[in-house]
Design a protein around this ligand. Sequence first.
Ligand code: NAD
Length: 290
Amino acid sequence: MKIAFIGLGNMGGGMAANLVKAGHDVHAFDLSADALTRATDNGCTAFTEAKAAVAGVDAVVAMLPNGKIVDSVFGADVIGHAPAGSLLLDCSTIDVDTARAVTAAAEAAGYDMVDAPVSGGIAAANGGTLTFMVGGSDAAFARAEAILSAMGKAVIHAGASGAGQAAKICNNMLLGASMIATAETFKLAEKLGLDLQTFYDISSKASGQNWSMTSYCPVPGVGPQSPADNGYTGGFAAALMLKDLKLAMEAAASAGADVPMGQRAAELYDAFAAAGSGGLDFSAIIRTLD
Ligand code: NAD
């Protein structure tokens, strides 16, 4: 297929390269010249205008920083410029309301569109092992699945338009809150005189067990290899966790949901990022509990 890819940054660069590897003809557009050079090195064809990149394609994939940019790129350069009937996929993490509004505008103009945010970081984007959570009609999902599976290990239909974004921010709100709870628990265990490896051996087999502990332990030298063993580098940046928590708080306000733990997690990551630590892995929040 001929596929336009818009936004070839940390995540999109590797994703577009995997579409090339799967045999697709990929038209790359990004505002950054460096991103376009890397895309060309990976076998994409670079375009200096989005409208030119989407001309004549079967599908358009976007991996952009936020909802405002997604709205403006699809509104100005994709809808009405990509061929009628082509498939639009937005893999960025954005707010549910914007995802639904952009899809409604696309459908009104005769396109199928899905929101398809990802779980997995840069390594998963490069390795083609992302998990996609997809919102959209059954027909749009069926068309999107073949393209997304070239970039991921799992493609899950979450429900109607916006459901992919809803699943992503609900998951990450739980992750943020569970990471803080895990970090403060290990700090308390330490202050109570427990050996942390011994506590891990107990709690990882008891009812406190959770992913932030057993797959991503924030304590260096305890549990499996994780960013904590690497100076809290190379994982999921705290600034991105904060972005997702803010999206979750917006969604909770708009849906009238009470989320006190998510709210507290958002406040703590906000303070962490404001103190200049947004570039560290999100598990480094444990350092604030010393
Ligand atoms: P990034 O900043 O590295 O990449 C974004 C790219 O979009 C950049 O190359 C930028 O030049 C380009 N861009 C910005 N505005 C543009 C426009 N108007 N037209 C064309 N290109 C434009 O960000 P990233 O880390 O690749 O994240 C992309 C998305 O993926 C975000 O929504 C993020 O929340 C989500 N995400 C990131 C991770 C991660 O670990 N980095 C994990 C899961 C989801």
